[in-house]
Design a protein around this ligand. Structure first.
Ligand code: PMP
Length: 300
C-alpha cells in the first residue's frame, strides 16, 4: 500500500509528492512545521500542535489559507487515509513558489504538506540504559535573531549541533544560549532533577515550547512533583540527580552522562522512569480519536 501524502488538499502517492525548486521552503527554509504523533489511533495533543503551528505562522507573517479547524481535520483525515494507528506525522507549511529573490510576497500561495510515516523509534536501549550527551560549541539561535519558539523550517542551527554531537560520539547535544545558560537539545527540551524537584529552562532563554515538555510538566505536577521553570547552567546539569530529555520523537529519555560527568548513579533515575511510565500510559488513551466515527459506525 502506498503512503498517501496530503498536498494542498489532495492525496498523492509518496513517489509523486514533489515540490518545486522555486519553493521558498526549499530555497530559504521559509516555512514552518510540526512533528506530531499518533498513538493507538489517538493524535497526542493535536490542538496544541495546531496552535503552535498557527503561532509560528503569525510570527513569520505566513497566511496558511486554512483555518485551524480545517488543518486539524486534514491531519486526522491523512492519518485515517494511511490507516495507521501508531505513526509520526510531519506537517509542513512552506511559503510556496516564488522567484529566486527573498521577497515572500512574490510567493503565490503556501504549500501545505502532511506526511504520515510508521515510527522509526529510538532504540529500546536508549530508554533502558539512558544516553550520553555533550555540550556543543554552536549556541542556540538568539530570540532576537531567529526565535527558537518559532518552529521554522530553518533548522540549520540544530543540524550543526547534531553534527557536532555525532562527531563527539553522542546521539544528542546540550545547547547553551548566547549567555551560557542551558537552552535545549537539538530536537528536545531538557529537565534536571535536584532533591526531588524538576527544573526546566524558561523558553524565552532559547528553547522551543515543546508539547512533550508541557505534557511532562502536567504529568509531574499530577504525580506530586514540584516543577520550576528557571535558568540554569552546565554546572547545575553536571551535579543534578537526574537529567532527562523530552520530545515528540524522543518521548522521555534519561541522560546518564553529560560531557563525561556521570549523572546520579549512571542509570535512568526513579523520577525519569516514573514520568516515562506515566507518559506512555497517557498517550495510549488521551488525544484526538482518528477512527472514532468509524468505530461508532461499526457499533451501530
Ligand atoms: N526543541 C526542538 C529544537 C525541537 O525540534 C523539538 C521537537 N519538535 C523539541 C524541542 C521538542 O518539542 P515537542 O515536544 O513539541 O516535540
Amino acid at each position: 500500500m502506498p503512503d498517501w501524502i496530503y498536498m494542498n488538499g489532495k492525496y498523492v502517492k509518496k513517489e509523486d509528492a514533489k515540490v518545486s525548486v522555486f519553493d521558498h521552503g526549499f530555497l530559504y527554509g521559509d516555512g514552518i512545521f510540526e512533528g506530531i504523533r499518533v498513538y493507538n489511533g489517538n493524535v497526542f495533543r493535536l490542538d496544541e500542535h495546531i496552535k503552535r503551528l498557527y503561532d509560528s505562522a503569525k510570527s513569520i507573517m505566513l497566511e496558511i489559507g486554512m483555518t485551524p479547524e480545517e488543518m486539524t481535520e486534514a491531519v486526522v483525515a491523512t492519518v485515517r487515509k494511511n490507516n495507521y494507528r501508531d505513526a509520526y506525522i510531519r506537517l509542513v507549511v512552506s511559503r510556496g513558489v516564488g522567484d529566486l529573490g527573498l521577497d515572500p510576497y512574490k510567493c503565490e500561495k503556501p504549500e501545505v504538506i502532511i506526511i504520515v510515516q510508521p515510527l522509526a523509534l529510538f532504540p529500546k536501549e536508549h530508554y533502558e540504559k539512558g544516553i550520553r550527551i555533550v555540550t556543543v560549541p554552536t549556541r542556540r539561535n538568539t530570540p532576537d535573531a531567529l526565535n527558537p519558539q518559532i518552529k521554522s523550517l530553518n533548522y540549520l542551527n540544530n543540524v550543526l549541533v547534531k553534527i557536532e554531537a555525532n562527531r563527539a560520539g553522542a546521539s544528542e547535544a546540550l545547547m547553551l544560549n548566547a549567555n551560557g545558560y542551558v537552552a535545549e537539545g537539538s530536537g528536545d527540551n531538557i529537565f534536571i532533577v535536584k532533591n526531588g524537584v524538576l527544573y526546566t529552562p524558561p523558553t524565552y532563554l532559547g528553547a522551543l515550547e515543546g508539547i512533550t515538555r508541557k505534557a511532562i510538566m502536567d504529568i509531574a505536577k499530577k504525580l506530586g512533583y514540584q516543577v520550576i521553570e528557571q535558568p540554569f547552567t552546565r554546572h547545575d546539569v553536571y551535579v543534578a540527580d537526574e537529567v532527562l530529555l523530552t520530545g515528540t520523537a524522543a518521548e522521555v529519555i534519561a541522560v546518564i552522562d553529560v560531557d563525561g560527568r556521570q549523572i546520579g548513579e549512571g542509570v535512568p533515575g526513579p523520577i525519569t522512569k516514573h514520568l516515562l511510565t506515566e507518559f506512555r500510559k497517557i498517550v495510549q488513551i488521551e488525544g484526538t480519536k482518528v477512527y472514532q466515527d468509524l468505530e461508532q459506525k461499526a457499533q451501530i
